[in-house]
Design a protein around this ligand. Structure first.
Ligand code: MG
Length: 365
């Protein structure tokens, strides 16, 4: 029996995780539950699962660290949104846990620090992100980075894939939230619409799989059936497929490297999947993608700055305060201003994050 902490249990990934855990009561028990600010939904989950530790992050973030490092927890499902998830990732890894990571922002912002915490504490990182789960599954025979020529992540292209640039500039909140293939939370839905999400995922892949940015690629694939391609040095390409359902990568993150029988997600049917198409990223229409990848390549504080500026801009967009086109514009301005060298500890990282948030708010005012 493995103990699981679900951080962000009332969100989309959190709810999918609890549904997955409910199908396997012989294998997993819920030890920790946290939510951001939805007290009612948290109370409902606590009444059902009776976790040893629970808390609302809005009332104090210590509950995240307590749940992530609780002695009865073996697996931390980190489904917190944004930089707020970083401390729990670090705490879980430092305490030797498996961290099943849906909070890609903690790896983007924390990069080297997160890997160091895993090494020092004996914890391990397993991605929940569907594309990275796909890569992990393609690497099942233990191939290291030296045998991989190239990893290509797929991107749905988001709701504005075929829109002309001038229309994207003025897209509304409702339009940005209507993702064609995945049902997700608001922040990641907007990130998918700007393609900032795919830049975050390139940086995530860089740290998870140890590949240089010159060997990481993205292709637009509107059907979201193929989740990634791994091309090996001999030219063979391995891929992972499935209907878009986060319960597939969630269960795999819990059981990796094993697989268990699961009757949850709809079984794959290639005929029902229909025609699969691939197209290049339209860089001119979605500048946030290149900004993020460039930040990743620059390294140091740049990915932390990119992430923080993006979080602020997305929040302001969701509040109706700025245009969709202001999101990449503000990220670019903040990145251009950043005077920071590589952050060497959590305090320095927090300083960079705070600076970028304030700078982004100033720019958008
Ligand atoms: Mg993804």
């Amino acid at each position: 029996m493995q103990g699981v902490a679900v951080l962000g249990c009332t969100g989309s990934i959190g709810q999918s995780t609890l549904r997955t855990l409910a199908r396997h009561p012989d294998r997993f028990r819920v030890v920790g539950l946290t939510a951001g600010r939805n007290a009612e939904a948290l109370a409902h989950a606590v009444a059902k699962w009776h976790p040893a530790v629970s808390g609302l992050a809005e009332s104090g973030t210590q509950c995240l660290v307590d749940a992530a490092s609780h002695p009865d927890v073996d697996i931390v499902v980190n489904a917190v949104v944004g930089f707020a998830g970083l401390e729990a990732t670090l705490a879980g890894l430092a305490a030797g846990k498996r961290v099943a990571l849906a909070n890609k922002e903690s790896l983007v912002a924390g990069g080297r620090l997160v890997l160091d915490a895993a090494r020092a504490g004996g914890g391990s990182l397993v991605p929940i992100d569907s594309e990275h789960s796909a890569v992990l599954q393609c690497l099942q025979h233990g191939q290291g980075a030296s045998q991989v020529a190239r990893i290509t992540l797929t991107a749905s292209g988001g709701p504005f894939r075929t829109w002309p640039s001038d229309r994207v500039e003025h897209a509304t909140v409702a339009e940005a939230l209507s993702h064609p293939t995945w049902r997700m939370g608001k922040k990641i839905s907007v990130d998918s619409a700007t393609l900032a999400n795919k830049a975050l995922e390139i940086i995530e892949a860089h740290f998870l799989f140890g590949l240089g940015y010159d060997r990481l690629d993205v292709v637009v694939h509107p059907q979201s059936v193929v989740h990634a391609f791994v091309e090996f040095v001999d030219g063979n390409v391995v891929s992972q497929l499935g209907f878009p359902d986060m319960e597939l990568p969630i269960l795999y993150a819990l059981t990796h490297p094993d697989r268990i029988l699961d009757a949850g997600p709809q079984r794959f049917d290639p005929v029902a999947a229909g025609t699969l198409t691939f197209e290049p990223v339209r860089h001119d229409t979605f500048p946030a993608f290149a900004l993020g990848v460039t930040a990743g390549k620059c390294g140091g504080a740049a990915p932390t700055v990119f992430n923080a500026a993006n979080e602020v801009a997305v929040e302001r967009f969701l509040a109706g305060a700025i245009r969709f086109g202001d999101i990449p514009r503000s990220i670019e301005a903040v990145l251009a201003d950043s005077p920071h060298g590589p952050p060497t500890d959590l305090a320095a990282l927090r300083q960079v994050d705070q600076w970028a948030r304030i700078r982004c708010e100033e720019f958008l005012r």
